[in-house]
Design a protein around this ligand. Structure first.
Ligand SMILES: CCCCC/C=C/CC(=O)SCCNC(=O)CCNC(=O)[C@H](O)C(C)(C)COP(=O)(O)OP(=O)(O)OC[C@H]1O[C@@H](n2cnc3c(N)ncnc32)[C@H](O)[C@@H]1OP(=O)(O)O
Length: 358
């Protein structure tokens, strides 16, 4: 999974040969990753508001924050690889297979027995839109059935994920807010079920801060590796909301009820070290060597007999699957009510009108 300089140069050439225009959003991501890989974090002054093109480029590059150059190079190669399609077989990096080039919000690649699903909205800190929930479900279903031994979830850019995209709440269907809350609860329940029932080892490579549902879901992963830059924040009460992702079941089990309450009710933000000490994170690595060390380890894991790993996961999880589905259903029921509350509406409006941030 480590892209060499040659892979990077090949990817650069492949971009020029793309037969299909990948669209402006992807082109901006390619630009940003290329600049980050070759020059490091953006130090250019911010262009004026009417300089639309350069402002969009600056936003995309700045959105990558302090992403290490090596990681940007890897993400660039993966993104180019994901743009390849059966009609353009020459575009894929040798050895890396893009399983589904059609995702808008994800980059999915398979290599060395590992399917990597990368959240790919770095300029929005990988906030999860409705589209992304749907694509993640599709990607997980496909990864569960493919011939890889492991599946990895990670984020592109400086964030792992900033949780639910708060603009999801602004898209109200003809049935009104009640219908919106109902539809969202159904979507959330289906989404979390994909993690509960995922059949092979699922590993989170937490490359930066994690917020909301991207934190709660970690209790359903088989290993969680975090950069020391990562933080773990579940500000549900601040947002007038309540926990999801089966965290009402997994967090007390992992860290004890007092610590779980501090995180899930009072919104205490954990550092990577604290999350590790509390059992939510398997191991923390220095950001400078994070990708290198983690991928070396994952590649070694992926060489283990895959059926044995699946069988071990199945016996480890079988006993609690029913409780997990029950927790998921109850969390979605409570959240459906929360989404209709003034507390939630005010918190979302405050964020959207830029009066509040975490
Ligand atoms: C089907 C429905 C299921 C629902 C399941 C429920 C889940 C619950 C949760 O996940 S709760 C958590 C929700 N997340 C948040 O509250 C995070 C909100 N974001 C922030 O507080 C900040 O953006 C930050 C701390 C994550 C990062 O701050 P920073 O200053 O570093 O960066 P910006 O704020 O400038 O962000 C860059 C752009 O990204 C947009 N953005 C970031 N996070 C979200 C988000 N969660 N939703 C929507 N948009 C987000 C931000 O608005 C900036 O956009 P802009 O460049 O266009 O201004």
């Amino acid at each position: 999974m480590r892209a060499s300089q040659v892979d990077f140069e090949n990817a650069k050439n492949q971009v020029k040969l793309l037969k299909k225009d990948p669209g402006n959003e992807v082109k901006l991501q390619l630009y940003a990753l290329y600049k980050q890989a070759t020059e490091g974090p953006c130090k250019m002054p911010k262009p004026g508001v009417f300089d639309f093109v350069n402002k969009a480029k600056w936003d995309a590059w700045t959105g990558l924050g302090d992403l290490p150059q090596e990681t940007a190079r890897q993400n660039y190669v993966d993104l180019v690889s994901s743009l390849s399609s059966p009609e353009s077989p020459g575009q894929a990096r040798p050895g890396a297979e893009s399983k589904q080039g059609a995702y808008e919000t994800l980059v999915v690649t398979s290599e060395d027995g590992i399917t990597k699903i990368m959240l790919n909205r770095p300029a929005k800190k990988n906030a999860i839109t409705t589209k992304m929930y749907q694509e993640l479900m599709l990607a997980l279903q496909a990864a569960g059935k493919d011939d890889s031994a492991l599946t990895v979830l990670t984020g592109n850019g400086d964030y792992y994920c900033s949780g639910n995209d708060l603009t999801n709440f602004t898209d109200i269907p003809p049935g009104g807010v009640e219908q919106k809350a109902k539809d969202s609860a159904v979507l959330l329940r289906d989404f979390v079920s994909c993690f509960i029932d995922f059949p092979k080892p699922l590993i989170a490579v937490v490359n930066g801060p994690a917020v909301g549902i991207s934190v709660t879901l970690l209790g359903l992963f088989d290993a969680v590796y975090a950069s020391d830059r990562a933080t773990f924040h579940t500000p549900f009460s601040h947002l007038g909301q309540s926990p999801e992702g089966c965290s009402t079941y997994t967090f007390p089990k992992i860290m004890g009820s007092a610590k779980a309450a501090e995180v899930l009710i009072f919104g205490k933000k954990l550092t990577a070290g604290e999350a590790c000490a509390q059992g939510l994170v398997t191991q923390v690595f220095p950001d400078s060597t994070f990708q290198k060390e983690v991928w070396a380890r994952l590649k070694a894991f992926a060489k283990l007999p895959p059926n044995a790993m699946r069988a071990s996961k199945e016996v480890l999880r079988r006993g609690e699957r029913e409780q997990l589905h029950a927790a998921n259903a109850e969390e979605c029921r409570v959240l459906q009510g929360r989404w209709l509350s003034d507390e939630c509406a005010n918190a979302v409006m405050a964020f959207l009108s830029r009066r509040a941030k975490l």
